[in-house]
Design a protein around this ligand. Structure first.
Ligand code: TMP
Length: 202
């Protein structure tokens, strides 16, 4: 018995959280065990690393290493054990976020991220990655209304334009794994589309 590993990506303000809940319910309704988790985070230690990442200013090297440190714990303690017992793991972000934010957004070396990816999770990849795509301007307006902004959410529109472009580049590179959702539509329309897809996917 082997579960599935589904990841959710997109720039901040793309509406991921609401839609992950819709997908969670759709899969659960099929009688499948669902484990919902997030990055950075997902284990007690990884949540401590998350707190540092979202609040402290640091070197790009430190930031990238902390994301992978948090990920190594998350894979070993949550993702792999859940999949081994047949559960489906839904993770709000994974390694594509490092390519989008650290490489695309900050200009950190893609080769170094590839080396860390290989070291941390080798051939292990999501079965499916749902990318919520939205224009940075629209996302920023949604975020401003919704909540207090963290260290990443306070970045410029230029930064998020680069992050979005890096996500779309990843999606073009791995079309068999990515599902791009146009997140600029009304949220109920997006939810209906996702309910339809996850009634049968996998
Ligand atoms: P969240 O707000 O979606 O929970 O994610 C926390 C922030 O961390 C978000 O702004 C994206 C950022 N992030 C990275 O920069 N690199 C990564 O590898 C991950 C997983 C998240």
């Amino acid at each position: 018995m082997q579960g599935r590993f589904i990841t959710f990506e997109g720039i901040d303000g793309a509406g991921k959280s609401t839609q992950i809940e819709v997908i969670h319910q759709a899969i659960k309704a099929r009688g499948i065990e669902v484990v919902r988790t997030r990055e950075p985070g997902g284990t007690p230690l990884s949540e401590k690393i998350r707190e540092l990442l979202l609040t402290e200013s640091m070197q790009p090297e430190t930031e990238t290493l902390l994301f992978f440190a948090s990920r190594a714990e998350h894979i070993a303690r949550v993702i792999r054990p859940a999949m081994a017992r047949g559960a489906w793991v839904l993770s709000d972000r994974f390694t594509d976020a490092t390519y989008a934010y650290q490489v695309g957004g900050r200009g950190f070396s893609a080769e170094k991220v590839e080396a860390l990816e290989e070291w941390t999770h080798g051939g292990f990849q999501p079965d499916l990655t749902v990318l919520f795509d939205i224009e940075p301007q629209v996302a920023a307006e949604r975020l401003a209304k919704a909540r207090q902004l963290d260290r990443f959410e306070k970045e410029s529109l230029d930064f998020f334009t680069r992050v979005r472009e890096a996500y779309l580049t990843r999606a073009r590179q791995y079309p068999e794994r990515f599902l791009i959702i146009n997140s600029m539509r009304d949220k109920d329309v997006v939810s209906d589309e996702l309910r339809r897809i996850f009634a049968t996917w996998g």
